[in-house]
Write a protein that binds this ligand. Structure first.
Ligand code: FRU
Length: 505
Protein backbone atom coordinates (compact mmCIF):
# COMPACT_ATOMS: atom_id res chain seq x y z
CA UNK A 1 0.00 0.00 0.00
CA UNK A 2 1.42 3.41 -0.94
CA UNK A 3 2.17 6.08 1.61
CA UNK A 4 -0.28 8.49 0.04
CA UNK A 5 -3.07 5.97 0.37
CA UNK A 6 -2.24 5.59 4.10
CA UNK A 7 -2.33 9.34 4.59
CA UNK A 8 -5.61 9.48 2.70
CA UNK A 9 -6.99 6.76 4.92
CA UNK A 10 -5.84 8.57 8.03
CA UNK A 11 -7.48 11.84 7.09
CA UNK A 12 -10.61 9.97 6.01
CA UNK A 13 -10.68 8.18 9.40
CA UNK A 14 -10.21 11.47 11.18
CA UNK A 15 -13.08 12.97 9.16
CA UNK A 16 -15.35 10.05 10.11
CA UNK A 17 -14.22 10.30 13.74
CA UNK A 18 -15.09 14.02 13.87
CA UNK A 19 -18.44 13.41 12.21
CA UNK A 20 -19.25 10.54 14.60
CA UNK A 21 -18.26 12.62 17.59
CA UNK A 22 -20.41 15.49 16.41
CA UNK A 23 -23.29 13.07 15.85
CA UNK A 24 -22.75 11.53 19.30
CA UNK A 25 -22.82 14.95 20.91
CA UNK A 26 -26.01 15.87 19.05
CA UNK A 27 -27.57 12.52 19.95
CA UNK A 28 -26.67 12.77 23.61
CA UNK A 29 -28.11 16.30 23.58
CA UNK A 30 -31.30 14.91 22.09
CA UNK A 31 -31.34 12.12 24.61
CA UNK A 32 -30.90 14.62 27.43
CA UNK A 33 -33.66 16.73 25.93
CA UNK A 34 -35.97 13.77 25.56
CA UNK A 35 -35.26 12.74 29.14
CA UNK A 36 -36.33 16.18 30.25
CA UNK A 37 -39.71 15.97 28.52
CA UNK A 38 -40.16 12.26 29.00
CA UNK A 39 -43.29 10.52 30.15
CA UNK A 40 -44.41 10.75 33.76
CA UNK A 41 -43.36 7.84 35.91
CA UNK A 42 -45.53 4.75 35.76
CA UNK A 43 -44.60 2.08 38.24
CA UNK A 44 -46.90 -0.71 37.16
CA UNK A 45 -44.74 -3.52 35.76
CA UNK A 46 -45.62 -5.08 32.40
CA UNK A 47 -44.63 -8.70 32.89
CA UNK A 48 -44.63 -8.99 36.65
CA UNK A 49 -48.03 -9.60 38.24
CA UNK A 50 -49.68 -6.68 40.03
CA UNK A 51 -53.36 -6.48 41.07
CA UNK A 52 -55.73 -4.22 39.15
CA UNK A 53 -56.38 -2.35 42.38
CA UNK A 54 -55.79 -2.62 46.13
CA UNK A 55 -53.19 -4.32 48.24
CA UNK A 56 -51.45 -7.69 47.78
CA UNK A 57 -48.79 -9.48 49.79
CA UNK A 58 -47.87 -13.19 49.59
CA UNK A 59 -48.74 -15.33 46.60
CA UNK A 60 -51.02 -18.19 47.70
CA UNK A 61 -52.35 -21.37 46.11
CA UNK A 62 -50.04 -21.25 43.07
CA UNK A 63 -51.22 -24.04 40.81
CA UNK A 64 -51.53 -25.17 37.20
CA UNK A 65 -54.76 -26.79 36.05
CA UNK A 66 -56.02 -27.56 32.53
CA UNK A 67 -53.92 -25.00 30.67
CA UNK A 68 -54.17 -22.23 33.27
CA UNK A 69 -51.75 -21.07 35.91
CA UNK A 70 -53.50 -19.66 38.98
CA UNK A 71 -52.25 -17.07 41.39
CA UNK A 72 -54.23 -16.47 44.55
CA UNK A 73 -53.11 -13.44 46.50
CA UNK A 74 -53.10 -12.19 50.07
CA UNK A 75 -55.52 -9.44 49.13
CA UNK A 76 -57.32 -6.55 50.81
CA UNK A 77 -60.58 -6.07 48.86
CA UNK A 78 -61.17 -2.71 50.54
CA UNK A 79 -57.94 -0.78 50.27
CA UNK A 80 -54.32 -0.42 49.29
CA UNK A 81 -52.78 -1.22 52.67
CA UNK A 82 -52.64 -4.54 54.51
CA UNK A 83 -55.97 -5.57 56.08
CA UNK A 84 -59.15 -7.71 55.72
CA UNK A 85 -57.03 -10.52 54.36
CA UNK A 86 -58.84 -12.44 51.66
CA UNK A 87 -57.68 -14.41 48.62
CA UNK A 88 -57.61 -12.49 45.33
CA UNK A 89 -57.29 -14.45 42.10
CA UNK A 90 -55.62 -14.13 38.69
CA UNK A 91 -54.92 -16.55 35.84
CA UNK A 92 -52.38 -16.82 33.04
CA UNK A 93 -51.50 -19.23 30.25
CA UNK A 94 -47.81 -18.29 30.13
CA UNK A 95 -46.86 -17.19 33.68
CA UNK A 96 -46.22 -13.70 32.33
CA UNK A 97 -49.50 -11.94 31.47
CA UNK A 98 -52.13 -12.22 34.14
CA UNK A 99 -55.89 -11.63 34.08
CA UNK A 100 -57.57 -10.59 37.32
CA UNK A 101 -60.63 -12.59 38.40
CA UNK A 102 -63.14 -11.85 41.18
CA UNK A 103 -61.99 -12.33 44.77
CA UNK A 104 -61.92 -16.06 45.55
CA UNK A 105 -62.26 -16.14 49.35
CA UNK A 106 -63.42 -13.11 51.32
CA UNK A 107 -62.94 -12.35 55.03
CA UNK A 108 -66.21 -13.04 56.88
CA UNK A 109 -67.70 -12.06 60.25
CA UNK A 110 -68.16 -14.65 63.02
CA UNK A 111 -71.18 -14.75 65.37
CA UNK A 112 -69.05 -13.58 68.32
CA UNK A 113 -68.13 -10.32 66.58
CA UNK A 114 -64.66 -11.44 65.49
CA UNK A 115 -63.82 -12.06 61.83
CA UNK A 116 -62.15 -14.92 59.96
CA UNK A 117 -59.43 -13.83 57.61
CA UNK A 118 -57.86 -16.01 54.95
CA UNK A 119 -54.13 -15.99 55.58
CA UNK A 120 -51.52 -17.65 53.37
CA UNK A 121 -51.72 -21.20 52.13
CA UNK A 122 -51.72 -23.42 49.09
CA UNK A 123 -54.10 -25.19 46.72
CA UNK A 124 -53.96 -28.81 45.56
CA UNK A 125 -55.76 -30.76 42.86
CA UNK A 126 -57.56 -33.58 44.67
CA UNK A 127 -57.81 -35.80 41.60
CA UNK A 128 -58.56 -38.93 43.65
CA UNK A 129 -61.24 -37.11 45.64
CA UNK A 130 -59.52 -38.08 48.90
CA UNK A 131 -61.43 -35.28 50.62
CA UNK A 132 -64.83 -36.49 49.41
CA UNK A 133 -65.70 -32.90 48.45
CA UNK A 134 -66.32 -33.63 44.77
CA UNK A 135 -68.84 -35.45 42.60
CA UNK A 136 -67.84 -38.95 41.59
CA UNK A 137 -65.30 -39.19 38.82
CA UNK A 138 -64.45 -35.49 38.83
CA UNK A 139 -60.67 -35.19 38.70
CA UNK A 140 -60.21 -31.42 38.68
CA UNK A 141 -61.33 -30.55 42.21
CA UNK A 142 -59.26 -27.84 43.88
CA UNK A 143 -58.80 -27.74 47.62
CA UNK A 144 -57.31 -24.64 49.25
CA UNK A 145 -55.52 -25.25 52.54
CA UNK A 146 -55.01 -21.94 54.29
CA UNK A 147 -54.61 -20.34 57.70
CA UNK A 148 -57.76 -19.18 59.44
CA UNK A 149 -56.70 -16.01 61.20
CA UNK A 150 -59.20 -14.80 63.78
CA UNK A 151 -59.21 -11.04 64.05
CA UNK A 152 -60.79 -9.43 67.09
CA UNK A 153 -60.80 -5.64 67.12
CA UNK A 154 -57.76 -5.47 64.88
CA UNK A 155 -55.79 -7.98 66.94
CA UNK A 156 -54.91 -11.60 66.13
CA UNK A 157 -56.90 -14.01 68.31
CA UNK A 158 -55.74 -17.41 67.05
CA UNK A 159 -54.55 -19.23 63.96
CA UNK A 160 -55.49 -22.68 62.71
CA UNK A 161 -55.64 -24.45 59.34
CA UNK A 162 -58.80 -24.66 57.25
CA UNK A 163 -60.07 -25.91 53.89
CA UNK A 164 -62.13 -24.53 51.05
CA UNK A 165 -62.94 -26.30 47.79
CA UNK A 166 -63.84 -25.44 44.23
CA UNK A 167 -65.40 -27.49 41.45
CA UNK A 168 -65.06 -24.81 38.78
CA UNK A 169 -61.32 -24.21 38.50
CA UNK A 170 -61.11 -21.75 41.34
CA UNK A 171 -63.87 -19.38 40.18
CA UNK A 172 -66.16 -20.11 43.14
CA UNK A 173 -65.34 -21.69 46.49
CA UNK A 174 -67.11 -23.31 49.43
CA UNK A 175 -65.58 -23.01 52.86
CA UNK A 176 -65.54 -26.44 54.59
CA UNK A 177 -68.10 -26.48 57.39
CA UNK A 178 -65.86 -28.79 59.49
CA UNK A 179 -63.10 -26.15 59.79
CA UNK A 180 -60.62 -25.88 61.37
CA UNK A 181 -58.93 -29.11 60.33
CA UNK A 182 -55.77 -28.47 62.34
CA UNK A 183 -55.68 -26.40 65.50
CA UNK A 184 -52.94 -26.83 68.11
CA UNK A 185 -54.19 -23.99 70.29
CA UNK A 186 -51.36 -21.53 69.74
CA UNK A 187 -51.62 -17.98 68.51
CA UNK A 188 -49.02 -18.19 65.71
CA UNK A 189 -49.30 -21.28 63.54
CA UNK A 190 -49.57 -20.64 59.84
CA UNK A 191 -48.96 -20.86 56.09
CA UNK A 192 -49.62 -24.54 55.25
CA UNK A 193 -48.03 -26.00 52.14
CA UNK A 194 -49.35 -29.42 51.15
CA UNK A 195 -47.88 -31.99 48.74
CA UNK A 196 -48.98 -35.47 47.73
CA UNK A 197 -46.48 -38.14 48.83
CA UNK A 198 -47.20 -41.07 46.50
CA UNK A 199 -44.88 -43.53 48.30
CA UNK A 200 -47.38 -43.70 51.16
CA UNK A 201 -50.51 -42.28 49.52
CA UNK A 202 -50.69 -39.42 51.99
CA UNK A 203 -50.78 -35.67 51.88
CA UNK A 204 -47.90 -33.96 53.71
CA UNK A 205 -48.36 -30.51 55.21
CA UNK A 206 -45.41 -28.27 56.04
CA UNK A 207 -46.51 -25.45 58.33
CA UNK A 208 -44.71 -22.75 60.33
CA UNK A 209 -44.50 -22.05 64.04
CA UNK A 210 -43.16 -18.57 63.35
CA UNK A 211 -42.06 -17.56 66.82
CA UNK A 212 -40.31 -20.87 67.49
CA UNK A 213 -38.29 -20.63 64.25
CA UNK A 214 -39.45 -24.03 63.16
CA UNK A 215 -41.70 -25.90 60.77
CA UNK A 216 -43.77 -28.97 61.48
CA UNK A 217 -44.76 -31.80 59.15
CA UNK A 218 -48.18 -33.44 59.32
CA UNK A 219 -49.73 -36.22 57.26
CA UNK A 220 -53.28 -36.94 56.21
CA UNK A 221 -55.12 -39.35 53.92
CA UNK A 222 -58.10 -37.05 53.37
CA UNK A 223 -56.89 -33.46 53.96
CA UNK A 224 -59.18 -33.30 57.00
CA UNK A 225 -57.46 -35.39 59.70
CA UNK A 226 -53.84 -34.52 60.34
CA UNK A 227 -51.14 -36.26 62.42
CA UNK A 228 -47.77 -34.76 63.35
CA UNK A 229 -44.80 -36.65 61.86
CA UNK A 230 -41.79 -34.40 62.39
CA UNK A 231 -40.22 -30.98 62.97
CA UNK A 232 -37.29 -28.98 61.64
CA UNK A 233 -35.91 -25.68 62.82
CA UNK A 234 -33.68 -23.44 64.86
CA UNK A 235 -31.07 -23.52 62.12
CA UNK A 236 -29.84 -21.01 59.57
CA UNK A 237 -31.35 -17.55 59.98
CA UNK A 238 -33.35 -17.16 63.20
CA UNK A 239 -33.17 -13.37 63.34
CA UNK A 240 -36.86 -13.04 62.40
CA UNK A 241 -39.98 -15.20 62.63
CA UNK A 242 -40.34 -18.11 60.17
CA UNK A 243 -43.23 -17.97 57.67
CA UNK A 244 -44.42 -19.49 54.38
CA UNK A 245 -42.43 -22.75 54.35
CA UNK A 246 -42.57 -25.16 51.40
CA UNK A 247 -41.00 -28.46 50.49
CA UNK A 248 -40.09 -29.31 46.86
CA UNK A 249 -38.07 -31.90 45.01
CA UNK A 250 -35.42 -30.20 42.90
CA UNK A 251 -33.31 -31.75 40.17
CA UNK A 252 -29.53 -31.86 40.55
CA UNK A 253 -28.04 -30.53 37.31
CA UNK A 254 -26.37 -33.09 35.06
CA UNK A 255 -27.99 -36.06 36.84
CA UNK A 256 -31.40 -37.67 37.12
CA UNK A 257 -31.34 -37.23 40.88
CA UNK A 258 -33.49 -34.93 42.91
CA UNK A 259 -33.04 -33.56 46.40
CA UNK A 260 -35.56 -32.06 48.79
CA UNK A 261 -35.45 -28.34 49.32
CA UNK A 262 -37.14 -26.54 52.20
CA UNK A 263 -37.73 -22.85 51.47
CA UNK A 264 -38.56 -20.49 54.32
CA UNK A 265 -39.38 -16.80 54.62
CA UNK A 266 -37.50 -15.38 57.59
CA UNK A 267 -34.81 -12.77 58.26
CA UNK A 268 -32.36 -10.99 55.99
CA UNK A 269 -28.66 -10.36 56.37
CA UNK A 270 -29.81 -6.78 56.94
CA UNK A 271 -31.41 -6.13 60.28
CA UNK A 272 -34.95 -4.67 59.99
CA UNK A 273 -35.64 -6.48 56.69
CA UNK A 274 -37.25 -9.82 55.93
CA UNK A 275 -35.79 -12.24 53.39
CA UNK A 276 -35.74 -15.87 52.30
CA UNK A 277 -33.50 -18.82 53.09
CA UNK A 278 -33.42 -22.44 52.02
CA UNK A 279 -32.10 -25.79 53.14
CA UNK A 280 -31.21 -28.65 50.80
CA UNK A 281 -31.51 -32.14 52.22
CA UNK A 282 -33.60 -35.22 52.53
CA UNK A 283 -37.24 -35.86 53.37
CA UNK A 284 -38.21 -39.42 54.28
CA UNK A 285 -41.94 -38.82 54.15
CA UNK A 286 -42.04 -37.79 57.80
CA UNK A 287 -39.33 -35.27 58.52
CA UNK A 288 -36.59 -33.21 56.88
CA UNK A 289 -32.84 -33.38 57.47
CA UNK A 290 -30.58 -30.68 56.03
CA UNK A 291 -27.17 -31.14 54.41
CA UNK A 292 -24.35 -29.73 56.57
CA UNK A 293 -24.07 -26.13 55.56
CA UNK A 294 -22.12 -23.24 56.89
CA UNK A 295 -24.03 -20.03 57.39
CA UNK A 296 -27.28 -19.15 55.69
CA UNK A 297 -28.24 -19.93 52.10
CA UNK A 298 -30.22 -16.95 50.80
CA UNK A 299 -32.66 -17.42 47.96
CA UNK A 300 -32.45 -13.80 46.87
CA UNK A 301 -30.06 -11.20 48.20
CA UNK A 302 -32.13 -8.16 47.34
CA UNK A 303 -34.63 -6.59 49.67
CA UNK A 304 -37.71 -7.27 47.56
CA UNK A 305 -38.32 -10.98 47.48
CA UNK A 306 -40.42 -12.69 50.14
CA UNK A 307 -43.06 -15.35 50.75
CA UNK A 308 -42.19 -17.28 47.58
CA UNK A 309 -43.85 -20.68 47.16
CA UNK A 310 -43.89 -23.26 44.33
CA UNK A 311 -46.55 -23.81 41.68
CA UNK A 312 -48.16 -27.22 42.10
CA UNK A 313 -49.41 -29.71 39.53
CA UNK A 314 -47.12 -28.41 36.76
CA UNK A 315 -47.56 -29.92 33.28
CA UNK A 316 -45.75 -33.27 32.95
CA UNK A 317 -43.07 -31.87 30.61
CA UNK A 318 -41.85 -29.26 33.11
CA UNK A 319 -38.77 -30.61 34.78
CA UNK A 320 -38.12 -28.03 37.49
CA UNK A 321 -40.19 -26.59 40.28
CA UNK A 322 -41.25 -23.02 39.60
CA UNK A 323 -41.56 -20.49 42.40
CA UNK A 324 -42.92 -16.96 42.61
CA UNK A 325 -42.55 -14.44 45.44
CA UNK A 326 -43.86 -11.10 46.63
CA UNK A 327 -41.55 -8.35 45.37
CA UNK A 328 -41.68 -6.11 48.41
CA UNK A 329 -40.44 -5.96 51.99
CA UNK A 330 -42.44 -5.61 55.19
CA UNK A 331 -39.90 -2.92 56.19
CA UNK A 332 -41.72 -0.42 53.92
CA UNK A 333 -44.35 -2.40 51.97
CA UNK A 334 -47.36 -0.35 53.09
CA UNK A 335 -45.80 2.88 51.86
CA UNK A 336 -44.39 2.19 48.39
CA UNK A 337 -45.45 5.04 46.08
CA UNK A 338 -47.63 3.19 43.57
CA UNK A 339 -51.08 4.51 42.81
CA UNK A 340 -54.35 2.56 42.98
CA UNK A 341 -52.65 -0.74 43.78
CA UNK A 342 -49.84 -1.77 46.06
CA UNK A 343 -47.72 -4.89 45.69
CA UNK A 344 -46.31 -6.96 42.81
CA UNK A 345 -44.85 -10.42 42.37
CA UNK A 346 -41.48 -11.58 41.10
CA UNK A 347 -41.11 -13.37 37.82
CA UNK A 348 -41.76 -17.09 37.91
CA UNK A 349 -38.41 -18.81 38.45
CA UNK A 350 -37.38 -22.36 37.66
CA UNK A 351 -35.17 -24.03 40.26
CA UNK A 352 -32.32 -26.48 39.78
CA UNK A 353 -29.48 -27.54 42.07
CA UNK A 354 -25.74 -27.28 41.42
CA UNK A 355 -22.83 -28.17 43.66
CA UNK A 356 -20.26 -25.74 44.99
CA UNK A 357 -17.58 -26.72 47.51
CA UNK A 358 -19.50 -29.89 48.30
CA UNK A 359 -22.71 -28.00 49.09
CA UNK A 360 -25.90 -28.09 47.02
CA UNK A 361 -27.19 -24.67 46.06
CA UNK A 362 -30.15 -23.35 44.11
CA UNK A 363 -29.86 -21.86 40.64
CA UNK A 364 -32.83 -19.73 39.50
CA UNK A 365 -33.84 -19.19 35.89
CA UNK A 366 -36.52 -16.58 35.16
CA UNK A 367 -39.51 -17.36 32.96
CA UNK A 368 -39.70 -14.50 30.43
CA UNK A 369 -41.13 -13.86 26.99
CA UNK A 370 -38.75 -13.51 24.03
CA UNK A 371 -40.52 -10.27 23.21
CA UNK A 372 -38.87 -8.22 25.94
CA UNK A 373 -36.37 -5.79 24.35
CA UNK A 374 -33.01 -7.40 25.06
CA UNK A 375 -29.49 -6.12 24.60
CA UNK A 376 -26.52 -8.48 24.82
CA UNK A 377 -23.28 -6.69 25.64
CA UNK A 378 -19.74 -7.87 26.17
CA UNK A 379 -17.49 -5.55 28.11
CA UNK A 380 -13.77 -6.11 27.66
CA UNK A 381 -11.23 -4.74 30.11
CA UNK A 382 -9.39 -1.69 28.85
CA UNK A 383 -11.91 -0.92 26.15
CA UNK A 384 -13.08 2.63 26.41
CA UNK A 385 -16.72 2.01 26.90
CA UNK A 386 -18.70 5.05 27.62
CA UNK A 387 -22.17 4.45 26.61
CA UNK A 388 -23.51 3.99 23.19
CA UNK A 389 -26.15 1.97 25.00
CA UNK A 390 -28.41 4.64 26.36
CA UNK A 391 -31.74 4.65 24.66
CA UNK A 392 -35.40 5.15 25.22
CA UNK A 393 -37.19 2.06 26.27
CA UNK A 394 -40.10 2.94 28.55
CA UNK A 395 -38.21 1.29 31.38
CA UNK A 396 -38.94 -2.24 30.20
CA UNK A 397 -35.89 -4.13 28.96
CA UNK A 398 -33.27 -6.73 29.65
CA UNK A 399 -29.50 -6.32 29.54
CA UNK A 400 -27.41 -9.46 29.32
CA UNK A 401 -23.97 -8.30 30.27
CA UNK A 402 -20.80 -10.36 30.06
CA UNK A 403 -17.94 -8.49 31.70
CA UNK A 404 -14.44 -9.78 30.91
CA UNK A 405 -12.71 -8.28 33.90
CA UNK A 406 -9.03 -8.63 32.99
CA UNK A 407 -7.15 -6.41 35.41
CA UNK A 408 -9.91 -3.80 35.68
CA UNK A 409 -11.13 -2.21 38.88
CA UNK A 410 -14.70 -3.17 38.04
CA UNK A 411 -17.66 -1.49 36.42
CA UNK A 412 -20.81 0.45 37.02
CA UNK A 413 -24.14 -0.06 35.35
CA UNK A 414 -26.28 3.02 35.75
CA UNK A 415 -29.95 2.25 35.29
CA UNK A 416 -33.11 4.35 35.22
CA UNK A 417 -31.02 7.49 34.68
CA UNK A 418 -33.02 10.65 34.64
CA UNK A 419 -31.53 14.04 35.37
CA UNK A 420 -29.43 13.64 38.53
CA UNK A 421 -31.18 10.41 39.52
CA UNK A 422 -30.03 6.88 38.84
CA UNK A 423 -29.95 3.36 40.23
CA UNK A 424 -26.42 1.98 40.24
CA UNK A 425 -25.33 -1.65 40.07
CA UNK A 426 -21.57 -1.84 40.54
CA UNK A 427 -19.03 -4.61 40.72
CA UNK A 428 -15.78 -4.57 42.64
CA UNK A 429 -13.46 -7.46 41.63
CA UNK A 430 -11.03 -6.87 44.51
CA UNK A 431 -13.79 -7.52 47.03
CA UNK A 432 -15.82 -9.78 44.72
CA UNK A 433 -18.79 -7.68 45.65
CA UNK A 434 -21.81 -6.57 43.69
CA UNK A 435 -23.68 -3.55 45.05
CA UNK A 436 -27.14 -2.29 44.21
CA UNK A 437 -27.46 1.35 45.19
CA UNK A 438 -30.91 2.94 45.04
CA UNK A 439 -30.17 5.81 47.41
CA UNK A 440 -30.58 8.36 44.59
CA UNK A 441 -32.98 6.36 42.41
CA UNK A 442 -35.91 8.84 42.35
CA UNK A 443 -38.70 8.55 44.90
CA UNK A 444 -36.96 7.22 47.99
CA UNK A 445 -38.28 9.32 50.85
CA UNK A 446 -41.58 7.51 51.42
CA UNK A 447 -39.96 5.37 54.11
CA UNK A 448 -36.62 5.60 55.91
CA UNK A 449 -36.01 1.89 55.35
CA UNK A 450 -36.22 2.14 51.56
CA UNK A 451 -33.12 3.91 50.19
CA UNK A 452 -30.40 1.72 51.79
CA UNK A 453 -28.46 -0.47 49.35
CA UNK A 454 -27.98 -4.19 49.04
CA UNK A 455 -24.91 -6.17 48.11
CA UNK A 456 -23.84 -9.70 47.47
CA UNK A 457 -20.65 -11.66 47.13
CA UNK A 458 -20.04 -12.67 43.54
CA UNK A 459 -16.92 -14.49 42.40
CA UNK A 460 -15.97 -14.17 38.72
CA UNK A 461 -15.90 -17.44 36.79
CA UNK A 462 -12.79 -17.64 34.57
CA UNK A 463 -12.36 -13.87 34.86
CA UNK A 464 -15.94 -13.23 33.79
CA UNK A 465 -18.95 -11.84 35.60
CA UNK A 466 -22.31 -12.31 33.93
CA UNK A 467 -25.33 -10.20 34.80
CA UNK A 468 -28.81 -10.70 33.44
CA UNK A 469 -30.60 -7.52 34.43
CA UNK A 470 -34.35 -7.38 33.93
CA UNK A 471 -35.94 -3.97 34.30
CA UNK A 472 -39.72 -3.77 34.42
CA UNK A 473 -40.73 -0.19 35.35
CA UNK A 474 -40.21 -0.34 39.12
CA UNK A 475 -39.04 -3.93 39.57
CA UNK A 476 -35.45 -4.92 38.84
CA UNK A 477 -34.37 -8.54 38.93
CA UNK A 478 -30.72 -9.35 38.62
CA UNK A 479 -29.53 -12.90 37.88
CA UNK A 480 -25.76 -13.17 38.27
CA UNK A 481 -23.56 -15.90 36.82
CA UNK A 482 -26.42 -17.79 35.18
CA UNK A 483 -28.77 -17.53 38.14
CA UNK A 484 -26.38 -18.68 40.87
CA UNK A 485 -26.95 -15.45 42.77
CA UNK A 486 -30.11 -13.37 42.48
CA UNK A 487 -31.16 -9.95 43.66
CA UNK A 488 -34.62 -8.38 43.38
CA UNK A 489 -35.03 -4.72 44.16
CA UNK A 490 -37.67 -2.07 43.65
CA UNK A 491 -36.79 1.44 42.43
CA UNK A 492 -39.11 4.35 41.67
CA UNK A 493 -37.60 6.62 39.01
CA UNK A 494 -39.15 10.04 38.51
CA UNK A 495 -39.73 9.52 34.82
CA UNK A 496 -41.25 6.84 32.62
CA UNK A 497 -38.42 7.04 30.10
CA UNK A 498 -34.88 6.88 31.34
CA UNK A 499 -31.49 5.86 30.04
CA UNK A 500 -28.84 3.40 31.06
CA UNK A 501 -25.09 3.41 30.78
CA UNK A 502 -22.13 1.15 31.51
CA UNK A 503 -18.69 2.39 32.58
CA UNK A 504 -15.47 0.80 33.65
CA UNK A 505 -14.35 2.24 36.95
C1 FRU B 1 -46.10 -13.37 55.29
C2 FRU B 1 -47.37 -13.37 56.14
C3 FRU B 1 -47.86 -14.77 56.38
C4 FRU B 1 -49.31 -14.57 56.64
C5 FRU B 1 -49.65 -13.44 55.70
C6 FRU B 1 -50.71 -12.52 56.21
O1 FRU B 1 -45.89 -12.21 54.58
O2 FRU B 1 -47.11 -12.70 57.35
O3 FRU B 1 -47.19 -15.44 57.42
O4 FRU B 1 -50.07 -15.72 56.40
O5 FRU B 1 -48.45 -12.72 55.49
O6 FRU B 1 -51.09 -11.59 55.23
Amino acid sequence: MSKTRDTDNQSFNKFIYMKTRALAIILSGLLFQSCQDSKPADYRPEFHFSPEKNWVNDPNGLIYLDGEYHIFTQYNPYGDKWGHMSWGHAVSTDLVSWTDLPVALTEFPNPDGSSSMFFSGCAVVDSLNTSGFFREGYKGGLVAIYTIHIDRDGKGAGQSQGLAYSEDKGRTWKVYEGNPVLDIGIADFRDPSVIWYPERNVWIMTVALPKEYKVQFYESANLKDWALTGEFGNKGDVSKIWECPSLSQVKTEGTDETRWVLIISSGHKYERYVGMQYFVGDFDGRTFVSQDQEGVLHLDEGKDFYAAIPFYNLPPDSKSPIIMGWANNWAYANDIPTEGYRGQYSLARALTLYQEDGIFKIRQTPVLPESIPTEKVTLKDGEELTSSLSRQNDNVYRIQLTAELGSSKGFELELLKHGPHKTVISYDPAEQKLTFDRSNSGKTGFHENFPGGAHMTLAPENGIVKLDVIVDKSVIELYANDGKAVMTQLAFPLSGTTAYKINWR
